[in-house]
Design a protein around this ligand. Sequence first.
Ligand SMILES: [Zn+2]
Length: 389
Amino acid sequence: MPFLTAKQIHDGNCWLPEGSVIEVSDDGVIISVLDTPVMDAVFYEGVLAPGFVNAHCHLELSHMKGLVPTHTGLIPFLKNIPQHRNDYIDDQKRMARNSGHDELVRNGIVAVGDIANTNDTMDVRSLDKLHFYTFVESIGFTEANAERSFGYAVQTYNTFATQQSANKVLKQAIVPHAPYSVSSSLFRLIDMHREDVIISIHNQESEEENKYYTSKEGEVTGLLLALGIDDSFFYPTGRSSIQSYLDWMSQHHPFIFVHNTYTKHLDVQYAHSRLNEVYWCLCPNANMYIENKLPDINMFISEEANICIGTDSLASNHQLCILSELYTIKEHYPALSWELLLSWGTRNGAQALQMQHTIGTIEPGKTPGIIQLTGLDTANAKPLVKRII
Ligand SMILES: [Zn+2]
């Protein structure tokens, strides 16, 4: 199958001229992109595009599908997770994890930024289909316990680091869970662990997080109490969460801020002015599941933000599908073009995970995977995705 063409081809950046042809080797390496027709090219209906990148997932939580009710708001959702996450035996978790992995592959995803609290996902990382950047999440709000919390994350990180693959990307980093669950000391330890790694963090997923940092009001204290944490040491900063915790992090890490449902102009400007490389990962279906609210996407566009897309976990989503995430954005923001949305789901995701040299765009030398999309502009029906290469 050396030459492929379609009604429309999106190369990860934009639409290619009509009649363009992709030349690809049997093992998926792009050989050339031609802007003139080729006689024996295989023609596909709909759109051809590079494989999707899921910049935020939790394959580890796949067994929690359908367990937590929708629209509870973030704080009740978070209280639900620890109650249920260990209700299952290892075999059930393993099967759910594998089926989550297969769902990602089926939905045309070629790489995943995957959150881990344990080493459970070593098995799916060892499969051949997906590139992984595993974010080992460190949690601990009590200042005095920072070393202990960090030590646990280092152990998990080190075990992941023993895993290697000759034919795909396999990376890992220790990252903070969220502003309300990581102390300033733990932020600093995470920051200093490895200079060259990505920092990914759940950011401003709830207005309660901003209230807590600004004035120590709202529901976060109740959440911490329910988790047995005494927060009497915490003093509000008078600023939003992101404008507070970035004081404890260095600018040299690439950052992926995830969710951003309650992020404002000033927060984006603050991050852009302070950090070298910033990506804003939107998980619209999870936002609708938990908070029934989407981030202010036009605000991010007006700030020229790099937007990428994640699914979050099956605890807060009905599927692991980047096309479904883009479709939800398109439903709420019909003026946004598929040309722009597809670049968020492909090129920007690859850049966010620092995998742009391998995937994300259809360019000679890369192995991005090729997907076929049909029904993008069909009214009242969800579009479909199929992996071609
Ligand atoms: Zn998440």
